[in-house]
Design a protein around this ligand. Structure first.
Ligand SMILES: C[S@@+](CC[C@H](N)C(=O)[O-])C[C@H]1O[C@@H](n2cnc3c(N)ncnc32)[C@H](O)[C@@H]1O
Ligand SMILES: CC(C)=CCC/C(C)=C/COP(=O)(O)OP(=O)(O)O
Ligand SMILES: [Mg+2]
Length: 298
């Protein structure tokens, strides 16, 4: 495993030894531990459907015909497949917004999780994808999947702070944060993307953000922050930090109506985690939005 940090330590995670780089901050240490320990069935069982493991949410209409009757003994399996289909549809929309990518290009998946979006990007464009995550468990998982798929020469994950990456200035054709920008300061994040992206390169984020029109983060947004130990930014902060870092928005898409069917379906499943109500209520009261922002590095 490649590491872009200078010192390392061993720690105990779930009773086993895991390799944890010295975090840039105590907060990043907490986030590394959080994702090293994470093994929720709602993520693993969905990933098992086709081997693409996501840590993001879904978009699009539910295919009720494919789900069939709730009385059917195979209903739960179909529901899991449907939730997974919607999560992969979200990643497809992110990739749609990366623009023209060639086989020779290298992309950066910032906060790559178990690597589902990285694999999909390689499968679509034939390009190289470099994923970074704070979690050694996730990086190992992603690299193992890439090896199993025979694409480890193109898809690679490493334990690395996305605010301080080893990628050379101007070397990257496109980069993204798929539900990972709520763990960092946006000025620091966009300064780093702006540094390693080529001029004319594309940056995309899919994220949940609080709506400035609501006023301040609602109780539901605060509940989501506490649940994931993250810090959801406002839509205004995204646009301001992009403008300050040579990232010019080309598309701002409100995906809130598209993600509600996913949440309403998930709330009926046996895999609920308890956070469904906060997402549904905040999307419905307008305090929280699910957005995609695509920007050009100028
Ligand atoms: C909700 S998961 C999203 C994973 C992935 N993008 C996906 O769509 O499946 C958040 C990810 O952000 C990563 N992350 C959070 N802060 C980070 C940081 N400072 N540097 C690198 N990764 C970070 C976590 O390690 C985790 O992999
Ligand atoms: C849109 C927002 C605010 C996202 C916060 C980041 C996050 C934890 C995303 C999903 O991860 P996951 O797939 O591991 O979560 P879950 O277990 O709930 O499916
Ligand atoms: Mg999930």
């Amino acid at each position: 495993m490649e590491l872009s940090v200078t010192s390392t330590e061993f720690t105990t995670v779930n009773g086993t030894s895991a390799f944890v780089p010295s975090p840039a901050t105590p907060y990043q240490g907490d986030i590394a531990r959080y994702w090293n320990d994470e093994a929720r069935p709602v993520n693993l069982r969905l990933g098992d459907v086709d081997g693409l493991y996501h840590h993001h949410y879904g978009i699009g209409d539910v295919d009720h015909a494919a789900l069939g009757s709730t009385e059917d003994s195979a209903y739960e399996k179909k529901l899991i497949a449907e939730l997974h289909r919607l999560e992969s549809a979200q990643a497809e929309v992110l990739l749609d917004n990366l623009g023209a990518i060639g086989r020779e290009d290298t992309l950066v998946d910032a906060g790559c999780g178990r690597g589902g979006s990285s694999v999909m990007a390689h499968q679509r464009f034939g390009c190289k994808v470099e994923g970074v995550t704070l979690s050694s468990t996730q990086a190992d998982f992603g690299n193992r999947r890439a090896k199993e798929l025979g694409i480890d020469d193109h898809v690679h994950a490493q334990v690395c702070n996305m605010l301080d990456t080893p990628f050379e200035k101007g070397s990257i054709a496109a980069s993204w944060n798929n539900e990972s920008s709520m763990y960092v300061d946006l000025d620091d994040l966009f300064a780093e993307h702006s540094r390693f992206l080529k001029v004319g390169g594309r940056y995309v984020t899919v994220t949940g953000c609080w709506n400035p029109r609501y006023g301040q983060p609602s109780k539901w947004v605060s509940q989501i922050n506490a649940h994931f130990e993250c810090n959801i930014h406002s839509r205004r902060e995204y646009l301001r930090a992009m403008a300050d870092n040579r990232l010019v928005p080309q598309a701002v898409i409100d995906l809130t109506p598209d993600t509600l069917p996913y949440w309403e379906l998930r709330a009926t499943s046996s895999l609920v985690t308890g956070i469904e109500e906060a997402f549904i209520n905040s999307y419905k009261d307008g305090s929280f939005q699910y957005v995609l922002i695509a920007a050009d590095r100028v």
